[in-house]
Design a protein around this ligand. Structure first.
Ligand code: ADP
Ligand code: ZN
Ligand code: ZN
Length: 829
């Protein structure tokens, strides 16, 4: 039913991309646009793009303003996506307009893309034009297309949309939405060795007394032959003239090279290896296909150990889905880190695959989006936002490495792409596959509750075995080091970054020409206090998290319940005075590795390795070609890599991260260790894993060493019963932030009080919502804002949704204070 305003025009609800938790009603003077259509509306003193989301409810308020324009002939948002976005807005308690904006290419939400030009063959303006219309026409005369935004600024006469509409209506003006141009190719100046001087005698001859040239050459040689010119000049400390001399001698060239923005552009898809699915793989595919016969296909957890061939299961599934004329989405944690997985899909399905990655410009992304929408591309592969690919007739959604934290979006709307994949697949009647060697406990418990089905791949393809794992107990080594040093220098245990067993194992691989992966895990954000003697860490008496050391107050604080105690002088467990308040720095580790293995070719990969995100892609390429002996890096090297010549994985310190003040700390440690161990021995060459730890008895570490997922899950699920954490309960993290520390604290307390008084009422019917906190957030200050938080915990989603909604709609946090809700948080930092 359509409600008519007094004037006789229909009313529509419009979602605007603003942080206001409601939609807005406008009058539609012409035909009523269908839901999902973009419109221009007046909002306060501005003009905004919004989406019609339906007919308005109730009567017409007075003074209702009309839509300024309808921007799409066909709705840009297909009805199934609109339905998904409504679900998200409701569940994550986020404004529908912001959700739509997050789900669509940026171009579609950008007014500045709107341009005007004089219509072709227009003649003298007819009589009867109003003065404002004449001014607009005047500004367009003699110019090509001009952006609406610029015109508006230039004319300075308020909104020009009424004039635009009337001039477009009488055929004098053309109005278009133009995608932005792809930015030009980015280049940088690179110095590159083109003639290698391997023979030392020749080197003498060429350089003679030209010491500086030789230094520059050797610096470049150490940098594996090439470097950005600016870096060479800076770090090798040589002048441009020296490089010019090297150029004259024909040893080095300097030229502009393209910065890799889109490594998939113009790249041949490669050939798919002929692989016949194993019996286990076929059984998994059958099981997944069988769910398509159900009205709402039940999601399938593909629990396959590392190297069990999950990718081929996805590929086979997609083949069937495409053969039935349907389409599919494949989510991967991060494209730049998973080039191998992506290229397997491209090799198999060629041009039908759209790869949505962060290297695309807005224009390129919009092009891909249109090709997907039209059905030209039938498989969308990408990181979390690919979940919104507008595929018609969706038949399957695959979430690879479903446990990965990057599926959670960190700003509003804070959705979890894995959970949404389940929702979208359910709405579409599509199969949904969540694959992992180390499933999230949420997914595992969904299997136990019968909500998901389980498809196991318990063995490595070709009968390969999981690598043998050896533990090096750092506490023992430390003790013996102390004894031998008697009275000891400064370099005690903390100096021992690489223990003798690990060093020996690396040397052996280098000798055999095999490859090594070294995981240098970072300390997390928070600092905690650990006994160097027994490895014990101070924990909260009331919560299952470690206490955080606050340097300023010199006290230990629990970030969940605010329990507090003075920083200890002795270990509470063994009485040792040897307590550590901070951990190893990554740079320190790197230096030691380079010094210990001077002849090895070493590559490092972590968030700090500069020159753009595709640097990772490039590094992985070098590892694949065998140009790297030791690959060092943080968690990102644990993700899905498949290198047959890697036979040793070393974990420098397995304890790092296990003490973060977060209930997922053990789970993350287990996942990380299992995943990184899974990089070793993936071919006929046997693999080995060496784990250095001072907590060899911790259950997460023990289970990872034994490749025992089920054992870990059982223990961890028991740990999370009391106090209750997901998956036993649902959580929402409520963060209040402000530039003023007192304001943040006061707002958090006020919000908590406000909610406490209402929780009983909103939840009703005995569905309790519990409030834990408030307390300072573990990261107390972020981007200049002080942060306080509290947790809402409930057994049912309904009760939690009601509480969250009440808070967002009813509580006013005060000036300069921001309230952020994080539903189903993956981290509480
Ligand atoms: P996972 O993602 O489960 O760790 P992958 O999908 O990367 O494992 O597969 C591991 C390796 O086994 C890859 O090199 C892949 O090409 C190979 N492989 C997978 N299935 C088969 C098969 N049926 N026959 C031959 N090789 C296979
Ligand atoms: Zn101790
Ligand atoms: Zn506590």
């Amino acid at each position: 039913m359509t409600v008519r305003a007094d004037s006789g025009s229909a009313l529509v609800d419009v979602a605007l991309p603003l942080p206001i938790p409601r939609t807005f009603t406008y009058a539609a003077p012409g035909p009523v646009p269908r839901p999902g259509t973009r419109v221009l509306v007046p909002f306060q003193r501005d003009v905004r793009i919004g989406w019609v989301v339906g007919a308005a409810q109730g009567g017409a308020p007075r003074g209702l303003r009309p839509l300024l324009d309808v921007l799409d002939a066909e709705p840009t948002v297909p009805s199934d996506l609109l339905r998904l976005c409504r679900w998200m807005a409701d569940y994550y308690v986020a404004p529908l307009g912001l959700v739509l904006k997050a789900a669509l290419p940026a171009v579609l939400a950008d007014v500045s893309r709107d341009s005007l030009s004089l219509a072709d063959g227009h003649r003298v303006p007819p009589e009867g034009l109003r003065p404002r219309e004449r001014r607009l026409l005047g500004a367009l005369a003699g110019a090509g297309a001009r952006s609406v935004r610029a015109l508006r600024r230039e004319l300075d006469m308020g909104s020009i949309w009424p004039e635009v509409r009337s001039l477009v209506a009488c055929g004098l003006v053309r109005h278009e939405t133009v995608p932005p141009e792809a930015p030009p190719v980015l280049t940088h100046r690179v110095a590159r060795i083109v003639r290698w001087l391997d023979d030392l005698a020749e080197r003498e001859r060429v350089f003679g007394r030209a010491r500086r040239q030789r230094d520059a050459y050797e610096w470049l040689e150490a940098a594996r032959g090439s470097a950005e010119l600016a870096v060479l000049l800076n770090q090798a400390g040589c002048s441009r003239a020296v490089v010019t001399q090297l150029e004259r001698k024909g040893i080095v060239t300097v030229g502009d090279e393209e910065l890799l923005r889109d490594p998939f552009r113009g790249q041949e898809p490669g050939v798919a290896p002929e692989q016949r699915p194993t019996a286990a793989q076929s059984a998994a595919v059958e099981l997944i296909l069988a769910t398509l016969a159900e009205t709402t296909p039940r999601p399938v957890l593909l629990h396959g150990i590392t190297g069990s061939g999950k990718t081929l299961v996805y590929v086979e599934l997609l083949r069937h889905v495409l053969a039935r004329g349907r389409s599919a989405i494949v989510l991967v944690p991060e494209i730049s880190l998973t080039p191998q997985t992506v290229s397997r899909f491209r090799a198999r399905f060629g041009d039908q695959v759209a790869v949505l990655h962060s290297g695309l410009s807005d224009g390129e992304r919009y092009d891909q989006w249109r090709q997907i929408r039209s059905g030209e591309k039938r498989i969308a592969v990408g990181a979390r936002s690919a979940l919104f690919a507008p595929l018609p007739d969706l038949g399957a959604i695959v979430v690879d490495e479903e446990h990965d934290g990057s599926y959670k979006q960190s700003e509003a709307p804070r959705y979890h792409a894995r959970d949404l994949a389940v929702v979208r697949a359910g709405m579409a009647g599509a199969a949904c596959v969540l694959g992992s060697a180390t499933p999230a406990l949420e997914s595992w418990s969904n299997v136990e509750r019968g909500k998901f089905r389980l498809a196991p791949l318990p063995e490595r393809v070709g009968g390969g075995r999981l690598p043998a794992v050896r533990v090096v107990d750092l506490r023992e080594l430390r003790r013996s080091a102390q004894e031998t040093r008697a009275g000891g220098g400064e370099r005690g245990y903390d100096g021992m970054i690489l223990t003798p067993p690990l060093v020996a194992a690396v040397h052996e691989r280098l000798r055999r020409g095999e490859q090594v992966i070294l995981l240098l895990n970072r300390r997390g954000y928070a600092s905690f206090v650990q006994c160097r003697e027994c490895g014990d860490v101070r924990r909260c008496l009331h919560c299952s998290v470690s206490l955080t050391f606050h340097r300023v107050s010199g006290r230990l604080l629990c970030h969940h319940c605010r329990y507090e105690e003075p920083a200890p002088e002795r270990c509470a467990r063994c009485g040792s005075r040897d307590l550590s308040f901070k951990g190893l720095g990554t740079e320190q580790v790197e230096r030691v590795v380079a010094e210990t293995f001077p002849s090895a070719r070493i590559a490092r990969m972590d968030v700090d390795t500069t020159s753009g995100k595709w640097a990772h892609h490039e590094i992985l390429g070098r590892v694949e070609r065998g140009e790297v002996d030791i690959l060092m890096g943080t968690q990102m090297i644990a993700k899905g890599l498949d290198f047959p010549r890697v036979t040793l994985v070393g974990v420098v310190n397995a304890d790092v991260g296990i003490h973060l003040p977060d209930f997922r700390a053990s789970e993350r440690t287990f996942q990380l260790l299992s995943q990184v161990a899974g990089r070793a021995g993936r071919s006929v060459l046997a693999g080995e894993v060496i784990v250095q730890t001072s907590l060899p008895d911790h259950y997460a570490i023990r289970a990872a060493l034994a490749h025992d997922y089920a054992g870990f899950a059982a223990r961890e699920l028991a740990e999370r019963r009391r106090p209750a954490y997901p998956p036993w309960v649902r959580l929402t993290n409520v963060v209040l932030s402000s530039p003023e520390p007192e304001a943040a604290a006061a707002a958090a307390q006020a919000a908590a009080r406000w909610l406490d008084a209402r929780i009983a009422r909103v939840a009703g019917g005995g569905e309790a919502v519990e409030l834990v906190g408030p307390a300072p957030a573990p990261i107390e200050r972020l981007h200049g804002r002080w942060r306080w938080h509290f947790l809402l915990r409930a057994r049912t989603t309904r009760a939690l949704t009601a509480a969250c909604r009440a808070l967002v709609e009813g509580f006013t946090p005060g000036p300069d204070v921001r309230l952020a809700l994080d539903r189903d948080p993956v981290a509480l930092l």
